[in-house]
Design a protein around this ligand. Structure first.
Ligand SMILES: [Mg+2]
Length: 397
């Protein structure tokens, strides 16, 4: 029996909601509604444009043929990959998996081979750009039930900066560890090799859980050098958009943990494939997700079913959500648009396996529509900050 796509709400009706998310809604001829997330922080209008094309192309398509639709988008567009096209594809792919699971009455992880764990380890982000906020953020995450946090290593930094700058980072990490938390440290691609290799060495004795993006993801050879110089696991992947993008890092033995982002890497389909692919290089999976509830629920489907999964990022009360809420005077956090927020309860650093059909969360559509209408009417979408070094030159953010 055929079940076709009858409606894809898309640009300008793709749901642009605060703090900085883009939700996709796909409706089928058998009246199932699937939700996806195409958030690409700071590039909202580009995604809306890319999604417009997908909408035109796939009304009338058979929803069960997720692989065929994925291939049609990826190969059929001739130009492929990159953050914009892959984030648009991600939202559609996640919605199609949600639909398939709902139609069959099973969670998506059942369709990926079943569960290999009973609960999913999670971590919360505490920013870390500004030292004064770090301890307070870490205490807050601990109170929320997290046992692992991630913090940014440094503020804006010059190509070669004062070594004293790095010692301040070490001090901050020590303080957070003093609270009894494990810590991942995100270099955020802010440091260049001359500084990154020093900081990695200084942090090594503190046993960080991982160092993330020690350099920009244009530098696989140099990241491999850092990986060989320290025993700390090296993590990377939020700015890689397919399994092909991971290949140079794997072949050079540059990373220990792959961090694809389900909203940028081609959705659940490609996240699942990347997980299997990196496993052959003895590399673990820790999906990146400073995004909304749909992206998190999609990550969880793979986290539950992938043997090499280690930890899941979760954006509950992160500073972007809190700041957007204050600026716009709205509630704009992980649970805001969900009817069943309890499924993301954190206990002892873990979230229980999602049991609901599809991606396992229920979206409060009325709330999404209202928030989207008011956000589009009143606000420009979220933009990335532009940072400058002490001398006024543009710095990596
Ligand atoms: Mg990062």
């Amino acid at each position: 029996m055929s079940h076709t796509i009858t409606n894809i709400e898309a640009s300008p009706a793709i749901f642009r909601v605060p703090p900085r998310w883009l939700f996709v809604r796909v409706e089928t001829s058998d009246n199932i509604i699937g939700w996806g997330e195409s958030t690409l922080e700071g590039h909202t209008e580009a995604i809306e444009g890319a999604f417009h094309d997908l909408r035109e192309r796939f009304i009338g398509a058979e929803t069960d043929n997720i692989q065929d639709i994925w291939q049609t988008v990826y190969i059929g567009g001739f130009y492929r990959g990159g953050p914009v096209l892959m984030s648009a594809l991600s939202g559609l792919d996640i919605a199609l998996w949600d639909i398939k699971g709902k139609r069959l009455g099973v969670p998506v992880w059942q369709l990926l081979g079943g569960k290999v764990r009973d609960r999913v380890k999670v971590y919360g982000w505490i920013g870390g750009d500004h030292p004064s906020e770090v301890i307070q953020g870490a205490e807050e995450r601990k109170a929320q039930g997290f046992t692992v946090v991630k913090m940014n290593g440094t503020d804006a930094i010059s190509w070669i900066d004062s070594p004293g700058f790095l010692e301040a980072t070490v001090e901050r990490v020590k303080q957070v560890k003093g609270l009894g938390l494990d810590v991942g440290i995100d270099f955020h691609g802010r440091l260049h090799k001359g500084m990154a290799k020093q900081l990695a060495k200084l942090l090594e004795p503190l046993h960080p859980m991982f160092i993330e993006e020690p350099l920009l993801p244009t530098q696989p050879e140099e990241i491999a050098d850092i990986s060989n110089a320290v025993s700390t696991p090296i993590a990377l992947g939020e700015r890689l958009y397919s399994r092909w993008d991971f290949r140079p890092y794997l072949e050079r033995r540059a990373i220990d943990i792959a961090q694809p982002d389900v909203a940028h890497c081609g959705g659940i389909s490609e996240l699942h494939r990347i997980a299997s692919y990196v496993e052959t290089y003895d590399v673990a999976l820790a999906p990146h997700c400073p995004l909304g509830p749909i992206a998190l629920a999609a990550c969880m489907q793979v986290a539950i079913s992938a043997p090499n999964f280690v930890i899941q990022e979760m954006s509950w009360k992160i500073h972007y959500n809190v700041a957007a809420g204050k600026d716009l005077n709205v509630d704009a956090d992980l649970h805001t648009y969900m009817s069943n927020p309890d499924v993301f309860d954190v206990k002892d650093g873990h979230v229980a396996v999602l049991q609901g059909p599809g991606i396992g969360i229920e979206i409060d559509e009325k709330r999404v529509r209202e928030a989207s209408e008011s956000y589009v009417r009143k606000s420009t979408p979220w933009r990335n900050p532009v940072w400058r070094s002490e001398d006024g030159s543009v710095a990596e953010w």
